[in-house]
Design a protein around this ligand. Structure first.
Ligand code: MOS
Length: 750
């Protein structure tokens, strides 16, 4: 069976119409009979202890059913360190260790310290405003550089492969001996995911046969993790917690990491004995829904006069919260991108009285790759060498850290095509040499990459007697196109036209898949969908082979093929019958195939990455310091595309987010009290249509021969990586000024 009839086609989003017509139901839009509403009270100090929490006025307010505080909230089970391969706590844990309302300690401004439950949303909000709190305040640690508690994490999310403190060769000596050196400090501020859909949870307890069951409608990109954290915290077996989320309105790394809303809603629902809906306001999205950590990165490059890198040292200092060990792993690009014999990187965390950071699109790669690719540009200037040529001279034919061959790498083609698209060779390479009126014009480029992960997943396919089919897997639709591409892959696996196949996701009761993170979903769930679909067809084939009335009676499985809802002999396709006919004669309403797919030994043999090259043209108004991105072109080597249309959206979305990170996005905290100063979309600037050029995206569409039969690597994050350095380098070319602090707001020019 070839996986190409539907797979690889630019099918429209199957959920597109539902979404624009308002028919796609997001978490806060679910209704459950008897629903009541929660509203959080958050701390106004960043560090200390709650002395008094006066809830009397709130309790007297109309409609109020309960006010939960650390004094009266149900006790939660502390999360274990590790369950299976999932780390729950401490350095590398998937969540902040801190569970809500379990003690009087305040670790950051905006921490949930009480939850009001009332009959309506408005009543809950009003009552929340009546809660009075006094604190024993302690001076907050808010400066990453002077913070008392610093740590040196050993690995990223507990991964055995991804060590965070690494030295290969002797980078120090090689740097000292290098004829050409670049050493610079690059800084980036805190940024927020800012998905359009805010975080929400509905918790609904039911008794069935004297046993408690909990249903959670939750905005999550990790059904499995949400289920696990809820079950562990509430002391229930996992089977008694069901998490439902058919649509996520954007996540970008948020939603699926921090679990306070889930636990708060579950506790509240237990206390008031009614289903409780809890919605985060936009302000709360800036304090309790995760963020990208601020970074300070020191990059040192040593090279020969002809531009061969001899040493690379990348030292990262980021912040984390008091109760999280999450590290923005900034050396992720440095560790693998160029053929450097002496390589070193280190990571240090400052534990601050700020909310917990978590992954944000291209965690590590986006700002770490920015620093590296800007340093490369500085080196190219030092060497008076074309920036693309510098990268070609250091092209890594294998992974420099592990020595493993790439599964597939065609980056040279990306550079060549990107140069042609932007008109690289037609520019005047001299900095500050191109001008139009008040505007300085500049060109810049950067390499981009993203690790091509794959994990274990399961799926189920059901063929019905009317010839239609349903494929199911507990994966996530975050705007990534999951409904669409898994329907395409499922249809090919089933040998059915795509219109006859439905795909369901977003329910933890379906076969399990991992969190939609690290751009692994396509490579992880795709093969499971394909295999489950084939298992269903195989079951049909066996049915036919055993049925004396079937034209396929006695036929060997290898002799039979599936085509357009029909099983037939490969040698004589006229001999065969439809799926519907087989099921009807057997008197069966449907037949099911299930399977699990996971990566194998290839993971040990090859190094799996996607690659790309990004080129930008900027116009800088010298008088105001305003940077406009006039053109943005990206050429990507991401394996085989499952759907060029949804892929295009993923990539331009990523590039737009990269543009925002470069020019405008930053959340500041008041250095005196740790409160977020930027807490809404008037202050947190993201690219509007007017800020965003017509982005040109191309891909090589060369299948990865080793990742899976589908040949597809993930594309969720690679667009965000690379773009910031391409723009920053273009700003240098336009102005002759090196800006080493993101975002490149106009004030930084003066
Ligand atoms: Mo992605 S932000 O690594 O989940």
């Amino acid at each position: 069976m070839t996986v190409s009839e539907a797979t690889g086609q630019p099918l429209d989003r199957v959920d597109g119409r539902l979404k624009v017509m308002g028919g796609a139901r997001y978490t806060a839009e679910w209704d459950v009979p008897g629903l009541v509403y929660g509203a959080v009270v958050v701390s106004t100090i960043a560090h200390g202890t709650i002395r008094t929490l006066d809830t009397a006025a709130a309790l007297r307010a109309p409609g109020v059913r309960a006010v939960l505080t650390h004094d009266n909230a149900p006790r939660l089970q502390p999360l274990p360190e590790k369950v299976g391969e999932t780390l729950f706590r401490g350095e590398g844990g998937i969540t902040e260790t801190r569970q809500p309302l379990q003690d009087a300690t305040v670790e950051y401004a905006g921490q949930p310290i009480a939850l009001v439950v009332a009959d309506t949303h408005e009543q809950a909000r009003h009552a929340a405003s009546l809660v009075r709190v006094t604190y024993e305040e302690r001076p907050p640690q808010l400066d990453q550089h002077t913070a008392a508690r610093q740590s040196k994490p050993e690995s990223f999310l507990g991964s055995k492969e991804e060590k965070l403190q690494v030295t290969i060769g002797d980078p120090k000596a090689a740097l000292a001996a290098a004829p050409v050196q670049v050493q610079q400090v690059y800084e980036s501020g805190i940024t927020h995911h800012s998905p359009i859909e805010q975080v929400a949870t509905i918790a609904h307890w039911e008794q069935r046969g004297g046993t408690d069951f909990l249903t959670l409608y939750d905005t999550t990109r990790g059904l499995d993790n949400t289920q696990a954290v809820a079950a562990l915290s509430l002391g229930l077996p996992k089977e008694r917690v069901r998490v439902i989320c058919p649509f996520v309105g954007g996540a970008f790394g948020a939603k699926g990491w921090l679990f306070a809303p889930v636990l708060l809603a579950a506790m509240a629902a237990r206390v008031v004995k009614r289903p409780v809906k809890l919605e985060w306001r936009r302000q709360e999205m800036f304090t309790v829904a995760g963020q990208r950590a601020a970074t300070r990165q020191t990059l040192a490059l040593g090279a020969t006069r002809d531009g061969k890198l001899t040493a690379l040292q990348h030292d990262t200092h980021t912040h984390s919260s008091l109760s999280s060990g999450f590290t923005e792993p900034c050396a992720r690009v440095s560790r693998m991108m160029y053929a450097v014999p002496n390589l070193g990187f280190s990571h240090q965390l400052a534990h601050l009285n700020l909310p917990s950071p978590c992954p944000m699109r291209g965690p590590g790669e986006t700002v770490g790759g920015w620093a590296l690719e800007c340093a490369l540009d500085e080196l190219a200037t030092e060497l008076n060498l074309d920036p693309v040529e510098l990268r070609l001279r250091n092209y890594a034919e294998k992974n420099p850290e592990t020595g493993k061959p790439w599964s597939s790498k065609n980056l040279r083609e990306c550079y060549a095509r990107g140069k042609a698209l932007i008109g690289w060779d037609a520019r005047n390479p001299k900095p500050r040499s191109m001008r139009e009126g008040r505007e300085l014009i500049g060109y810049g480029m950067a390499t981009t990459m993203y690790p091509a992960g794959r994990r274990k997943a399961a799926a189920k396919a059901t063929i019905f007697a009317d010839g239609r089919a349903l494929v199911q897997s507990a994966t996530h639709e975050l705007g990534n196109g999951a409904y669409t591409i898994f329907r395409q892959i499922g249809a090919d696996g089933l040998g059915l036209p795509v219109e006859q196949v439905r795909f369901e996701l977003g329910d933890s009761a379906l076969p399990t898949t991992p969190t939609a993170g690290g751009s692994v979903t396509t490579a992880t769930v795709g093969p499971a969908v394909l295999q489950a679909a084939r298992a269903a067809v195989r079951a049909l084939q066996q049915l036919a082979a055993r049925d004396a009335k079937s034209p396929l009676y006695g036929a060997a499985p290898e002799a039979v093929e599936a085509r357009a809802g029909r099983l037939q002999l490969k040698a004589t396709p006229a001999t065969g019958e439809t799926y519907a006919a087989i099921l009807k004669r057997a008197g069966l309403p449907s037949i099911v195939g299930t399977d699990e797919a996971q990566p194998g030994a290839e993971r040990e043999q090859y190094s799996f990455y996607s690659f790309g090259a990004v080129f930008a043209q900027v116009r800088v108004d010298e008088a105001s310091g305003t940077v406009r991105v006039a053109r943005l072109c990206g050429v990507y080597d991401v394996g085989r595309l499952m759907n060029p249309k949804t892929a295009h959206s993923q990539i331009i979305g990523g590039m737009t987010m990269g543009l925002g990170a470069t020019l405008m996005e930053e959340t500041s905290y008041d250095p005196r009290n740790g409160r977020a100063v930027v807490r809404n979309f008037a202050d947190y600037h993201m690219p509007s249509m007017a800020d965003t050029p017509d982005i040109q995206v191309e891909w090589l569409n060369i299948p990865d021969p080793f990742i899976s039969e589908l040949g597809a690597r993930g594309i969720g994050e690679i667009g965000c990586v690379g773009t910031p350095a391409a723009i920053t380098n273009a700003v240098f070319h336009a102005t002759g000024r090196r800006l080493r602090s993101l975002p490149l707001t106009p004030d930084k020019f003066f």
